[in-house]
Design a binder for this molecule. Structure first.
Ligand SMILES: [Fe+2]
Length: 284
């Protein structure tokens, strides 16, 4: 799903890059036009000029158990917050999983993040509120079901409040080589209402026969799907791209680490972590 990138936002981003970046030779008239386009980025531009999914945050029952599990799956790119409360960050290629715990909050996928070029939080928050949506601290916009979309200036990465953490597992390698995020799946209560929200943030949407709408964010995908009967709307699953691997061995490893494999479908493996949070591995 990730290879055919969005034209709208990508094309504009390339124009901006060529205006700001100097290495591309363009005719004078085009250069002037591009410079004008770059100047027009005001920090609150919608749909977003995004480089795609960057990280996600999860709330778990036991942050050390969860970090140990994810290090076992993805390897030893582990950081932690300098000051309490304990919070871990497991690198998954160019992306990462932020692992925290909240008093009285059951384990869940909490929010996901895309990076934005020319992002200005103050202006963007004002634009989001002007549209009638909620803007929370740290750049999180809530969709109509309360699912959090975080915006950070590109390039983002870990903040300077993190330090490398000691190895949490004895073994040296993960089960897979992670490259970065591939997708998130959001279950919403009202597709029309959700689409009204996501159409404003992401330029290109692709309606699927099963009722889902897939929004492209650079080379990653935000899948908006109707909620299942009897279930609450939620950030349901996230997908991580991984390198060549033997899914039979990966399945065995995940189960030894305390996860459960739900199934394999071609180049995709679906599992749940020790908190029953849903993850997808996408072999590329
Ligand atoms: Fe975050």
């Amino acid at each position: 799903m990730s290879k055919d990138t969005a034209m709208g936002a990508s094309t504009r981003r390339e124009f901006v890059a060529s205006a700001a970046g100097a290495a591309i030779a363009v005719p004078l008239a085009a250069a002037s036009w591009n410079a004008a386009s770059a100047a027009e980025i005001s920090g609150d531009e919608l749909p977003l000029i995004t480089n795609g999914l960057e990280h996600l945050g999860i709330v778990v029952a036991d942050v050390t158990r969860s970090a140990t599990f994810y290090c076992g799956v993805f390897g030893h790119g582990l950081f932690r917050e300098i000051d309490p409360p304990l919070r871990y960050y497991v690198m998954t290629g160019k992306a990462y999983i932020a692992i925290g715990s909240r008093e009285g909050v059951a384990p869940k996928l909490d929010h996901y993040c895309v990076t934005v070029e020319g992002y200005n939080r103050e202006k963007m928050d004002a634009a989001i509120k002007a549209l009638g949506y909620r803007a929370l601290p740290r750049g999180v916009a809530l969709d109509p079901d309360g699912i959090g979309l975080q915006l950070l200036e590109d390039p983002a990465g870990l903040t300077d409040t993190n330090i490398p953490a000691d190895r949490i597992l004895g073994r040296g390698y993960g089960l897979v080589q992670p490259y970065g995020m591939d997708n998130v799946v959001l279950r919403v209560s009202d597709m029309d209402r959700a689409r009204a929200f996501y159409d404003k943030f992401f330029a290109k949407a692709d309606a699927r026969a099963d009722g889902e709408v897939w929004y492209e964010a650079a080379d990653t995908v935000i899948r908006v799907a109707p909620q299942a009967a009897g279930q609450a709307p939620a950030f349901e699953r996230y997908g991580i791209r991984v390198g060549p691997c033997d899914f039979a061995k990966v399945k065995d490893g995940i189960e030894k680490l305390g996860g459960a494999v739900e199934g394999v479908d071609g180049d995709r493996l679906y599992f749940t972590d020790p908190d029953n949070l849903k993850v997808e591995l996408v072999k590329v």
